[in-house]
Design a protein around this ligand. Sequence first.
Ligand SMILES: NC(=O)c1ccc[n+]([C@@H]2O[C@H](COP(=O)([O-])OP(=O)(O)OC[C@H]3O[C@@H](n4cnc5c(N)ncnc54)[C@H](O)[C@@H]3O)[C@@H](O)[C@H]2O)c1
Length: 451
Amino acid sequence: MDHILKNISTNNLTIGVVGIGRIGLPTALCFAEKGFLTIGIDINTKLVDEINSGVYPLKDEPEFDKIFEKVIANNQFSSTNDVSSSLSKCDIIILSLPTPMDQNNIPNYSALLSVGKNLHDFIKSGTLVIVESTVEPGFIENELIQVIEGNDNRHKRNYDFSIVACPETANPGEILSDFKKLPRLIGGINNTASEITSNLYKHVFGVDTLLLPNCKTANAAKLTANVFRDVNIAFVNELSLLFEKMDIDILKVLDACDRKYNFQTHYPGAGVGGPCLPVNSYQYLNTARKTSDNVLRIIEIAREINENMPRHTVELLTDALNEIGKSIKDCSIGILGISYKPNVADIQLSPAKDIIEILDKLGAKIKIYDPYYKSQNCFSYVVDSSLSDTVDNSDALILVTAHDEFKKIDIKSITQKMKTPVFIDTRGIIDMDLAKNTGIIFRGIGRGFSK
Ligand SMILES: NC(=O)c1ccc[n+]([C@@H]2O[C@H](COP(=O)([O-])OP(=O)(O)OC[C@H]3O[C@@H](n4cnc5c(N)ncnc54)[C@H](O)[C@@H]3O)[C@@H](O)[C@H]2O)c1
């Protein structure tokens, strides 16, 4: 890999990024902007065509659009679905492939394993492979490397190729700023590969790097940071159920705790979704199952608590409707927000899906508004094109995602347009005193309410 080390500072290397989605495309754009010839490789032909015709696809990562225009115009970046011819041109291959889980919550690494076979067939000698995808500790060492080596001794690890884990830790919606400030976790199968990757990422992103002893430690670091959040959110979700019965507002409690220097605030809500946190907890549970007889009990219980929050949200709704002698059946219920987190267009594993399914079974008439999905078909419903379409004449509203647009809601005027002023706030964005003074029938997760 001497040629890689020598050519980093002059950008005289070809970089292939396999998987140019939410994480892979911004990564590829940064390499191209720095001056490396960069190829985005993806099986999604529509995405590839869109990119090559100059259409920037990640509308909710707006800061990258200018970089995109620049690197497309100066031919530093192009994309393709021709895996075979492109991989053999690359000095460095970055894998940013999806690592979802199946219906039984078992992690699915089929994209990485299938590209691993392509790497076996097509890489040139001396290639550096960097795995940015989030995988379980041990997956690279025990599964991926074997697939790249194959049975025919064509490529030998450490001689013909090296592999490094550099799990991505950026947050959707904030990717550009995270790329520039978060230290990179780097753990390779040999020290040279780790050092080269460290040089490369410092050069491209201008960030600090943390060199870890091997791939599995880097992958464990990534998982631990995310699962920490899943577990702590479960903690405040569980407290929420208690506080609601005691008329204690969890936001007041958390605000007070936050004054202590060693407290780290997490907020309760309708559930924990997205492609990362829930999957990462199940990745750890899977690792524990394969490695020992012990399950990771805290993580298992945290998942159970967080997965119950959509059901609890519907219980709050039922309770609020009871107050005015209504039941969910045949009521018009407006869902405000379906993204799993604020201000991004991403509904992967969103708790909104579970809430909608439960309400559906209970016979509710559902309407949805989300500024990121206007007029699109989501969860078997067409999302309304305006907030008022969802609000007007509804029996109840459930705020599921704290998009900025909803933070500006004037609760008084909005509830005046409803048939009955029932409002369930799962994200703590409504001032409870204000809500009570306006005479609305309000419930919030962990907010406590005296009737
Ligand atoms: N989205 C996030 O918030 C985030 C943050 C940090 C890390 N990650 C991790 O980064 C990885 C990528 O996540 P993402 O959100 O960018 O996924 P994504 O679904 O947005 O993008 C993945 C891309 O890979 C392509 N792809 C799938 N199979 C392929 C194959 N066999 N060959 C070539 N291309 C293929 C898809 O078409 C898609 O464009 C995952 O491991 C994820 O856990 C995601």
